[in-house]
Design a protein around this ligand. Structure first.
Ligand code: ADP
Length: 161
């Protein structure tokens, strides 16, 4: 049976950190489903369809990767995809508390689903979509953080205010 893993998140927008995790997830699975969440606390910069489009472009040619979006509980989505593993990225120790809570909550909701944490290359271990957006609004060059077309898409949003 094919090993399918689900990598859920906001991806607002995709960064080289996310792409690094996807590359690592492919090493331990047959297929990675990158699942863009609809339900976010904060108002996203990019709507779901834009986030999906940017991810698909960044992952063009990756045959073992599917980009999808989902609403509701991660564990329900994982079951719908006939998967049993959730992939999450761990950057700094500051990610740990939230990720730990979420993994244990998901385990309580669905005991047959495991969460696997992966660490990115150290060059991306400080990178977050939030930081990128803040830097972009202050005029930073995002080269090395996000693919060029993502940088272009962010710049367009910044111009619109
Ligand atoms: P969320 O809003 O759910 O935290 P994100 O889209 O920011 O989602 O990230 C999805 C997952 O990818 C999370 O597990 C997050 O920790 C991880 N992640 C984000 N950026 C990086 C990075 N630079 N390196 C490793 N993991 C990352």
């Amino acid at each position: 049976m094919k090993k399918v893993v689900v990598y859920p998140g906001s991806f607002d927008p995709v960064t080289y950190g996310h792409l690094d995790i996807i590359k690592r997830a492919l090493k331990i699975s047959d297929k990675v489903v990158v699942a863009v969440a609809h339900n976010m606390d904060k108002k996203p910069l990019f709507d779901v369809s834009e986030r999906v489009r940017l991810l698909k472009k960044a992952l063009k040619g990756s045959e073992r990767v599917e980009v999808d979006d989902f609403d509701g509980l991660v564990v329900d989505y994982v079951k719908r995809k006939k998967a049993s593993v959730v992939i999450r990225g761990l950057r700094m120790i500051s990610d740990f508390e939230y990720e730990f809570q979420m993994a244990l909550t998901n385990r309580k909701l669905a005991s047959d689903i495991e969460t696997i944490f992966m660490m990115p290359s150290e060059s991306y271990s400080y990178l977050s979509s939030k930081l990128i957006k803040e830097a972009a609004f202050l005029g930073a060059n995002l080269k090395g953080f996000v693919p060029p077309f993502v940088q272009k898409a962010i710049r367009k949003k910044v111009r619109k205010g």
